[in-house]
Write a protein that binds this ligand. Structure first.
Ligand SMILES: Nc1ncnc2c1ncn2[C@@H]1O[C@H](COP(=O)(O)OP(=O)(O)OP(=O)(O)O)[C@@H](O)[C@H]1O
Ligand SMILES: N[C@@H](CCO)C(=O)O
Length: 377
């Protein structure tokens, strides 16, 4: 099957911005996501050139700058953009495409770096192909690459989300060029530019996943405590069993139902939220990869730390997420910690130091906007 270059009629510029996200929020394994005020930003410019080939030039600042590949056939963001283009029988435009990546989302820490990169990649393909994809279609593409709707929907839509994947029909999964994976393994398959005759990926089915947005009280401050080591999501998923005792599943379902409403119920009830953020299906199993995890999430409570609402592993870890009530506190600006948030961040830091683990803690806000693609005229 053949393809042709995406249009490159004149100079164009875009900015793509995607938030970090925390998945699971305790009992909502693979379900809940919370978009956070750290961002992956792409500044993209397309300049037509007299050359017959496309030249995609990546540059990188911020988190992952030393690790992320700058080859567009190897970098996750541009590989996803290429998947979107090829599914429309397009490839990169015959132009100079400059992609300046500035990343505030640390890799492999449970803050949704891969989901942010995948969503950014879909939006990059959308911009370069002039495809004008709806938000639902962007979600379909992103969910064919990263099969965790929790991070993807929060990163794409912002706020506090709950989501599920539709069971795809065998026929929707059949074409071998579908890059369905935990995190896109190798795409294009030969890790080089596509050549005529390559099998091209089909466009994804519609409604691959569905989501809702819950309320999230403005009085809740978010503290993330980020250890200085990575845990690959694939490895953290490998630590989980294939089946669970019924009482553990019921334990999580009961808390999940209560948690989703309790984070927007006024007044906030720390006793209910703390208990509703407990988990039995992924956190205890990941303790071996994250020393000190159980000690921290089980011993820090609203009684020991006034203002603490709930505490859990963020995504697949190793970051810990703590929700703190700022009720009655003077309003603080983005990224500023209230005294209660500072006390919780420092307490987690001290507990982790007992295990020889160094961390950085951050006071964050919920990102209500989600991913944006803006063209500059
Ligand atoms: N901005 C980026 N540019 C290129 N590759 C990225 C980018 N962000 C993430 N990745 C790729 O994704 C990998 C991290 O994915 P992984 O799913 O293991 O962790 P995470 O998404 O940070 O954590 P979690 O899914 O638990 O929130 C990185 O090692 C890198 O290969
Ligand atoms: N729900 C996923 C999030 C990581 O992407 C997990 O905990 O494995």
């Amino acid at each position: 099957m053949s393809f042709h270059a995406a249009p490159a009629a004149g100079q164009r510029k875009w900015t793509i911005r995607v938030p970090a996200s925390s998945a699971n929020i305790g009992p909502g394994f693979d379900v809940l996501g919370l978009a956070l005020s750290r961002h992956l930003t792409l500044r993209v410019s397309l300049t037509p050139s007299s050359e017959a080939e496309s030249k995609v030039v990546l540059s990188y600042t911020g988190e992952g700058a030393d690790d992320a590949p700058l080859d567009p056939c190897k970098n996750l963001i541009t590989r996803v953009a290429l998947y979107v283009l090829l599914s429309h029988r397009l490839t990169f435009p015959t132009a100079v495409v400059s992609v300046e990546i500035d990343n505030q989302v640390p890799f492999g820490r449970g803050m949704g770096s891969s989901a942010a990169a995948v969503v950014a990649g879909v939006l990059l393909g959308d911009a370069l192909g002039d495809l004008k994809l709806s938000q639902d279609r962007v979600k379909d593409y992103a969910l064919m690459v990263e099969r965790h709707p929790d991070n993807v929907t929060a990163a794409l839509c912002g706020g506090f989300t709950g989501s599920f994947l539709r069971m795809l029909e065998p026929s929707e999964l059949a074409p071998s060029a579908i890059p369905l994976a935990e995190v896109l393994p190798a795409y294009p398959p030969n890790a080089g530019p596509p050549v005529p005759g390559d099998e091209l990926p089909p466009q994804p089915p519609r409604n691959v996943g569905r989501h809702v947005r819950y309320g999230f009280s403005k009085e809740i401050g978010v503290v993330v405590v980020v250890p200085k080591f990575e845990v690959e999501t694939a490895k953290a998923r490998g630590a989980l069993p294939d089946s669970y005792p019924r009482q553990d599943v019921v334990f999580n379902l009961q808390r999940l139902a209560v948690l989703t409403a309790s984070l927007s119920t006024s007044p906030l009830d720390p006793a209910v939220i703390w208990e509703a953020m407990r988990d039995k299906v992924h956190q205890p199993q990941r303790e071996g990869l994250i020393p000190g995890l159980s000690k921290i999430v089980n011993t820090m409570t609203p009684s020991t730390h006034p203002g603490l609402l709930g505490i859990c592993l963020s995504g697949a870890g190793p970051t810990i997420l703590a929700l703190v009530s700022n009720e009655g506190a003077a309003r603080v600006g983005a990224g500023q910690a209230t005294p209660r948030m500072e006390a919780v961040g420092e307490a987690i830091k001290a507990l982790w130091r007992e295990d020889g683990i160094e961390v950085e803690w951050l006071a964050l806000e919920v990102d209500d906007e989600g991913a944006t693609l803006e063209e500059h005229k």
